[in-house]
Design a protein around this ligand. Structure first.
Ligand code: NI
Length: 185
């Protein structure tokens, strides 16, 4: 398995819409394993394929490091689609593609999501609270949306400098990244 560099805010793949996956072959499976490795090495709890520069509708999630979620096994969602949502809750979010920036975002409290697993079998999951949030955050990535897009005007203003620094490639991370300026391994 390999750790892939993570694309940061300002780079093109983060603003593109990923394409559905039509089948699972060995190369796709290896890519999904690399996504897990990449997410874990960056201490992330979710990662979307756009974040490693690949425009395929694939997400990996592992929230087992969090209290109360120890029993949720890491899993991949291929071609995920939210078919219903209810409730609202506000929680602080961050993103490996926008390092050291955090902000409170309102999202649905509960969702029903259809997806395919790594055997390309159809699955349905009812997710609430943090799990729903992670899936929605990652699904946004597949559509070219970043969590900072939802911030209020005043919060955006407050974080403007930090975000511009990232977009200009002036950033230090503990994991390998691709910035608008260069690849830092
Ligand atoms: Ni993210």
């Amino acid at each position: 398995m390999s750790v892939l560099p993570i694309y940061l805010d300002g780079t093109k793949p983060l603003r593109k819409k990923a394409k559905p996956v039509s089948k699972i072959d060995d190369a796709t499976l290896k890519f999904i394993m690399d996504m897990f490795e990449t997410m874990h090495s960056a201490d992330g709890i979710g990662l979307a394929a756009n974040q490693v520069g690949v425009l395929k509708r694939i997400i990996v999630v592992d929230i087992s490091c969090l209290e109360e979620y120890e029993n949720v096994k890491p899993f991949a969602l291929i071609n995920p689609e939210v078919i219903s949502e209810e409730g609202k809750c506000t929680m602080e979010e961050g993103c490996l593609s926008v390092p050291d920036v955090r902000g409170e975002i309102e999202r649905p409290q509960k969702i029903v999501v259809n997806f395919r697993d790594i055997k390309f079998q159809e699955q349905q999951l009812i997710a609430e609270d943090l799990l729903a949030r992670v899936i929605l955050h990652e699904l946004d990535h597949l559509n070219g949306v970043l969590f900072v897009d939802y911030l209020t005007k005043s919060k955006k203003q407050e974080l403007k400098e930090a975000i511009e620094k990232i977009q200009n490639g002036d950033v230090a991370t503990k994991y390998p990244v691709v910035t608008t300026q260069r690849v830092i391994l």
